[in-house]
Design a protein around this ligand. Sequence first.
Ligand SMILES: Cc1cc2nc3c(=O)[nH]c(=O)nc-3n(C[C@H](O)[C@H](O)[C@H](O)COP(=O)(O)OP(=O)(O)OC[C@H]3O[C@@H](n4cnc5c(N)ncnc54)[C@H](O)[C@@H]3O)c2cc1C
Length: 381
Amino acid sequence: MEFGWTSEQKTLFDSIERFARKSLGQELIERDRAAEFDLAGWRECGKFGIQGLPVPEDYGGLGLDAVTTVGALERLGYACADNGLVFSLNAHLWTAAMPLVAFGTEEQKQRYLPGLCSGELIGGNAMSEPDTGSDSYALRTSATRQGDRYVLNGSKIWVTNGPVADLLVVFATVDRAQGARGITAFLVDKHTPGMTVGRKLDKMGLRTSPMAELFFENCEVPEQNRLGREGAGTSLFTHSMSWERGCILASAVGSMQRLLETCVQHARQRKQFGQSIGKFQSVANKVVDMKLRLETARQLLYHGAWLRSLGKSALMEASMAKLYLSESWVQTCLDALQLHGAAGYMTEFQIERELRDALASRIYSGTNEIQRTLIASLLGL
Ligand SMILES: Cc1cc2nc3c(=O)[nH]c(=O)nc-3n(C[C@H](O)[C@H](O)[C@H](O)COP(=O)(O)OP(=O)(O)OC[C@H]3O[C@@H](n4cnc5c(N)ncnc54)[C@H](O)[C@@H]3O)c2cc1C
């Protein structure tokens, strides 16, 4: 087994760190409070190439393999404390750009991918509905074929990037009676008549990542905007969820590294009872557990990405990574907060925001209860 990075990979990761420190995460406390998306930062990420990390070079991406991509996102998460911006970038990558790479026609790829990679276009994905979350294939949003177009009716909720997205991958059913086999994906441009973006949803964490509801009322989508075959929406969704679950928390590994370093420094400097608090075993144990979780999370992340680089679907590994990394991130945030005492609870120390951001990771991309169900079924239970 080879665990080292090449010098090209190291150079890339170092340049991502320099870029993120210089161009991202400014005035984060204020932007988090105001729930403000960093559009300028998004555009800078596009110029750097973040939105196209794993997208083939022919379409404007950097064409990186999965292992290098997760390494790059890990470093981005380490150097950019704006987890909301990083989350928006992930949603864009895994649920808009990569499904297009895998399922788009040549014409669709040429039309959208260069803009999605350059940061000019923002992508998002609309699967969840008010009545269907975990039971995602029980969709109500319908797509009725009329000649060379489909007419969409229904509504979507919890759409990350919804308020700012130029392109949405929308899932609808062409026949509810067919269940999962009726689900079909569509590329819907912003301003398509009949599609309305609802109010921006205010949330506990990831506040700099905008979210909205979408409404479809006789929204006509031309046939050439169907993504994949009619009825292929389920396999498309499974494919993008496998990528997403395997990679979306790479940046959380970076965040855990950042928190570990902050905690080591604090535990060494903060003195109580005449000595550094790090000398108290119950404090040191928290830091040790952070390190252990970080390294275990990293191995799971890299292993899944390595399988993906070999062309394997790595479904089990993706679910395990999503489950373990999210729980680890939350626990690391909780421990970091406790270790900082009252300061940890205060906004200015920026740990309470990390905790609020991390909590969402147990819910998005399929809740952790659903990941356990998937792993159990893959184990044959
Ligand atoms: C920050 C964030 C961003 C998101 N972005 C998007 C997006 O861009 N696009 C999009 O389409 N959706 C998005 N979502 C929605 C997300 O995919 C759903 O929240 C998720 O699938 C769960 O659905 P739900 O919220 O309806 O919960 P429910 O399905 O109602 O679940 C409620 C509880 O019941 C449990 N439960 C449900 N069914 C089972 C079962 N069979 N076995 C065991 N437990 C079960 C769940 O685990 C959960 O604890 C986002 C969510 C969040 C928090």
